[in-house]
Design a protein around this ligand. Structure first.
Ligand SMILES: Cc1cc2nc3c(=O)[nH]c(=O)nc-3n(C[C@H](O)[C@H](O)[C@H](O)COP(=O)(O)OP(=O)(O)OC[C@H]3O[C@@H](n4cnc5c(N)ncnc54)[C@H](O)[C@@H]3O)c2cc1C
Length: 388
């Protein structure tokens, strides 16, 4: 069997590797000429998932043992564990490793190539593969995969509705700088994930500082605003945050950014004809923490099994529904409620109360369970106001 995958991020690469190892002829194309370009993702993952997904040590830039939340007034709350809770990936190294694994598995990798859908039928698709500044090439494929991330390029070109008025797409935009610090300037941020929550930091979003190896820091801002919400510059908010923590004098090694988007209930269709969406294209990113690497790879596993077994689009969607179950929906509703509403004093007060409540009652492990495994039961009553 043969497949063409557009997009060599975590989802596209993982799928390509799985299919190639099952004996498929796989082509994987991405406009990035180099896997280290636009390493836009902060790459924070729970340790359990990094181990489960066999992500090698060389991609793990730093471990984290704790959580640090700064409330709207800037007061710090910390939670620590005796054991490492997670990893911050070097996303450039991670993507390089994925591209290398794909080539080793026998995938035809086409860097610097953009895929455009020409025709989509029930049993084949025709695409145009465009290299920068060069003539394009037309290919016919038996299976076509949209792994183009939040932009959902092929789904849109195929005219597939990526959302509906009842379940609209929520989009977040993120901007992140990679800074070179030293022993002294990184001390406040080492070994933990730090988040800044409240409209003073950024309306409709949050800021973060994540540790990396060699005294580097990832500092970013993400905003997930409602359609009519504030569109103030996220880079201005990022510079304000850097200034506030005295990080604005550190050398900037890289500036990058990207989109994260998902529907709340994932009711949209994940393909049409021989086209299937996977990863962020299939709304697998979780909006509460703006994280989606492990979900992109898990959805690729599901799609690989469906393609190999000849399952239908409906079977694929059912399998995704099982993976992204009711907890998923609750967490996305929480995300919409939290980020859309975070633009006034009363929302700040709610966030403040939530952080104080967690501070009194939750351990670092509880926070990880809440934010990564969506175990809300224990905090149900406190979260209710967010679900309205
Ligand atoms: C600022 C920011 C911070 C984040 N931090 C985290 C985090 O800490 N932890 C976490 O787990 N997740 C995080 N995420 C989300 C995470 O990065 C994504 O969920 C994940 O990368 C999705 O993988 P994907 O393969 O589906 O899509 P992507 O990684 O977006 O890959 C899509 C690929 O498709 C390519 N492409 C685009 N158009 C075409 C085309 N026409 N033809 C061919 N290829 C095309 C792109 O170049 C890209 O390489 C963050 C996202 C943002 C924006």
């Amino acid at each position: 069997m043969q497949a063409l995958i557009a997009g060599a991020g975590p989802a596209g690469c993982h799928l390509a590797i799985r299919l190639a190892r099952s004996g498929w002829r796989v082509t994987l194309a991405d406009p990035l000429p180099d896997p280290r370009r636009n390493a836009y993702s902060s790459g924070a993952l729970p340790l359990r998932d990094v181990n489960r997904l066999c992500i090698p040590q060389a991609c793990r830039s730093a471990h984290w043992w704790g959580w640090q939340l700064l409330n709207p007034a800037g007061v710090e709350h910390q939670w620590w564990s005796d054991d490492a809770l997670g990893v911050v990936l070097d996303f450039a190294a991670f993507r390089s490793w994925l591209w290398g694994e794909a080539v080793q598995a026998g995938v035809e990798l086409l860097p610097g190539r953009r895929v455009r859908l020409q025709r989509l039928d029930a049993d084949s698709a025709v695409v145009r593969i465009q290299a920068n500044g060069e003539a394009s090439e037309e290919r016919v494929c038996a299976h076509l995969v949209d792994a183009t991330g939040a932009r959902r390029v092929l789904l849109r070109q195929a005219g597939v509705e990526v959302d509906s008025p009842e379940d609209p797409l929520l989009s977040g935009e993120g901007s992140e700088w990679l800074l070179q610090g030293n022993d002294r300037t990184t001390a406040r941020w080492r070994d933990r994930l730090s988040f800044m929550l409240g409209s003073q930091w950024i309306p409709h979003g949050y800021g973060w500082v994540f540790p990396m190896g060699d005294h580097q820091l990832k500092v970013g801002i993400c905003r997930l605003a409602p359609p009519t919400g504030s569109r103030a510059s996220i880079n201005t908010a990022l510079k304000r945050l850097l200034n506030r923590f005295g990080l604005d004098q550190l050398p900037v090694l890289d500036r990058h950014g990207g989109l994260v988007s998902s529907t709340v209930n994932r009711r949209e269709t994940s393909g049409s004809g021989v086209l299937r969406a996977v990863g962020d294209s299939a709304s697998t990113a979780n909006l509460l923490g703006g994280e989606g690497i492990r979900h992109a790879m898990d959805s690729a596993d599901v799609l690989a099994e469906c393609l190999v077994s000849g399952a239908t689009l409906q079977d694929y969607q059912l399998s995704l529904k099982r993976l992204f179950n009711w907890r998923w929906g609750v967490s996305n509703r929480l995300a919409r409620r939290t980020w859309w509403g975070l633009n006034n004093n009363s929302a700040d007060e709610r966030i403040d109360r939530l952080i104080s409540g967690l501070s009194e009652q939750a351990s670092a492990e509880d926070l990880s369970e809440l934010l990564f495994n969506y175990r809300f039961e224990r905090y149900g009553w406190r979260l209710l106001p967010y679900l309205r």
